[in-house]
Design a protein around this ligand. Structure first.
Ligand code: UGA
Length: 434
């Protein structure tokens, strides 16, 4: 099938590459000319495992191309996916400026007698589909035929390609059988269960799913605080709870809380949406409160142990908002660094992928960027693990201890084997661990 994606961020680019991989003919459009020329020259602006090869192979096979022209996109694709950012506004509501602008542009490019399915893939408030349809109708020429569909995306950064190629489910919100059939044909090669719904329900599924996952994280973080007070172990509690199929073990990892470009924004948006609908979802306010409290509590533990932080050198392992990505947007680790710097601490930091992006945010003052994680341990008063990169578990901890002023480890992601670290002589402090 001929498909266009408008917006080549995480969602647009990975989705486009995966559609091409299963044989569709894909054009990825973005109004950022620099980004398009980067992509055309074979470079990928983000780090996502497997993406570079996927893009290269499909460009070479002639199934994936890039353009900065919406006109070109509307001519190419029988189906046009909108995958542009929906950033938060100060009051927590979603800024739909980009969605509206793209809907208008698509409308102006539609031609009579040329049926198009316009699909919203961005995370949007319920009822956005209705607005998109109204907008397109208002701005298109007479006789243009189109349908609007909601098809939310559930990929996670760091495993986006795998999530897209083997999805748990596909959600298609549509009120036109013709559009639904076309969407089913696009997803047929992915062999995933398809849920067809009305447009509003599809939009709600996305916010409801992300909010539930954030709720799970805050739930286990609240349990972690109780474990600390009671001298119990949150990992064991999570394993025991998670073994119940109705609960499930996934997303029950206690730590510094959730960050990234999705959960913090989506939870805020859903609270706002529920209030606008007159049915305030107050539970989510508590989810947010627990989440922001995680960093406060963790910093307090650092201060309790090290007392005054001013002029003390601390090591930080991990800067990305999660492992396997170079994304530092709303990274709890970056916020942790900023708060330590505000206290007057000096930092030695590392990250397998996010060093350059972190440098752009944290700057040069009082921060030493280390390519080699071992260099982080050089004459530091403590090391803080802030992002759950698996490779930090396998560092030569026994040898690294001798580089430190004092062998203290704060594990903000409960990643490390605390028993063996303690055997080595480390003072280990985790989250909800004894
Ligand atoms: C999230 C959802 O998981 C995706 O399904 C969704 O498509 C995406 O948002 C989106 O809306 O676009 P993502 O933000 O990429 O994906 O990453 P997650 O793996 O969900 O992690 C989010 C945050 O939660 C990270 O900071 C991570 O460290 C934290 N987390 C995750 C925990 O603290 N504990 C856990 O058990 C799991």
């Amino acid at each position: 099938m001929k498909i266009t994606l408008i917006g080549t961020g995480y969602v647009g680019l990975v989705t486009g590459a995966c559609f091409a991989e299963v044989g569709h003919h894909v054009l990825c459009v973005d109004n950022d000319r620099e980004k398009i020329s980067t992509l055309k020259s074979g470079r990928i602006p983000i780090y996502e495992p497997g993406l570079e090869d996927l893009v290269k192979n499909n460009v070479a096979a002639g199934r994936l191309a890039f353009s900065d022209s919406t006109q070109h996109g509307v001519e190419h694709g029988d189906v046009i996916f909108i995958a542009v950012p929906t950033p938060p506004q100060a009051d927590g509501s979603v800024d739909l400026t980009y969605i509206e602008a793209v809907a208008r542009e698509i409308a102006q490019c539609l031609r009579p007698g040329q049926y198009r399915v316009i699909v919203d893939k961005s995370t949007v408030p319920v009822k956005t589909g209705e607005k998109v349809a109204e907008t397109i109708k208002r701005y298109c020429s007479k006789g243009c035929e189109f349908d609007v569909v909601s098809n939310p995306e559930f990929l996670r950064e760091g495993c986006a390609v795998a999530d897209l190629m083997q999805p748990d489910r596909i959600v298609i919100g549509s009120r036109s059988q013709r559009a639904t059939d076309i969407m089913k044909a696009i997803y047929e090669p992915f062999h995933a269960p398809i849920y067809t719904t009305d447009i509003n329900s599809a939009e709600l599924i996305k916010h409801a799913a992300n909010s539930f996952l954030a709720l799970k994280i805050s739930y286990i973080n609240a349990i972690a605080a109780i474990c600390e007070a009671a001298g119990a172990n949150v990992d064991e509690v999570a394993d025991g709870m998670g073994a119940d199929k109705r609960i499930g073990r996934a997303f029950l990892n206690a730590g510094l809380g959730y960050g990234g470009s999705c959960f913090p924004k989506d939870i805020k948006a859903f609270i706002h949406i529920s209030e606008e609908l007159g049915v305030p979802f107050n539970l989510l306010k508590e989810v947010e409160k627990i989440n922001s409290g995680q960093l406060d509590r963790f910093l307090q533990k650092i201060k309790n142990k090290l007392w005054v932080l001013k002029n003390k050198t601390l090591g930080v392992l991990g800067l990305a908002f999660k492992c396997d990505t170079d994304d530092v947007r709303c990274s709890v680790s970056i916020e942790l660094c900023q708060r330590l710097l505000n206290e007057g601490a000096l930092l030695r930091v590392t990250d397998p992928r996010a060093l350059a992006k972190a440098r752009a945010v944290l700057g040069e003052v009082n921060v030493t960027y280390c390519e080699n994680p071992a260099d982080v341990f050089e004459k530091v008063e403590a090391v803080i693990l802030a992002t759950e990169w698996k490779q930090f578990r396998n560092l030569p901890w026994r040898d690294l201890k001798d580089k430190m002023i004092a062998p203290i480890v704060f594990d903000g992601r409960n990643l490390l084997d605390y028993k063996s670290l303690r055997d080595m002589g480390y003072d280990y402090i985790g989250v909800g661990r004894p």
